[in-house]
Design a protein around this ligand. Structure first.
Ligand code: HEM
Length: 152
């Protein structure tokens, strides 16, 4: 099976994620951007966004750590997708997430940011969001239970 991402794209994502994940406030900034772009999504989330922010950072870290073998974590991604499909999260919400995340990365990297980094993230997030949106309806599996236990 052809790789989902090219080696160069994986390197750019790895590098930019490393920069982002060293700043604990950066995922909170991500939600600031998301709610500025799409204020109508605020109601989906609890008032205190800090736990959710940790879960998203953990999950993105998990995805970034498996970029060379995304097909092997397909089930976990689909599981998170089913959870989101039940919440009625739709394709345009994922588009907003991509814009907000790339904006956060750009802001965080300052002059180290360049366009290819954003493009690489878009390719990875397109793959992930398509899997999530198209996940067949069935009982939630292990990944959502795992992240729930980890943070609650
Ligand atoms: C790459 C795409 C995404 C990933 C990897 C992701 C990941 C996650 C994870 C891991 C959880 C926690 C599940 C648990 O409790 O175990 C979660 C919850 C949630 N996500 Fe996402 N998510 C994505 C996209 C989105 C989008 C586009 C939206 C809507 C704008 C969204 C809205 C939510 C909401 C509302 C919750 C539940 C919050 C709560 O009530 O605690 N997610 N997400």
């Amino acid at each position: 099976m052809a790789a989902v991402l090219k080696e160069e794209e994986i390197n750019l994502i790895d590098y930019s994620w490393e920069v982002l994940s060293t700043s604990p406030q950066s995922m909170m900034r991500f939600y600031d951007h998301l709610f500025a772009i799409a204020p109508e999504t605020r109601h989906f989330f609890p008032d205190d966004i800090s736990k959710q922010s940790e879960k998203l950072a953990y999950t993105i870290g998990f995805i970034v750590g498996n970029l060379e073998r995304l097909e092997t974590i397909k089930n976990a991604i689909e599981d998170i997708g089913r959870f989101h499909n039940k919440l009625q999260i739709e394709a345009y919400h994922y588009t907003n997430l991509k814009i907000a995340l790339v904006k956060t990365i750009e802001e965080n990297m300052e002059e180290k940011y360049h366009e290819d980094i954003g493009k690489a993230w878009y390719s990875a997030l397109d793959y992930v969001s398509n899997l999530m949106l198209n996940a067949a309806t069935k009982k939630q599996g292990r990944f959502v239970r795992f992240t729930s236990k980890l943070f609650h």
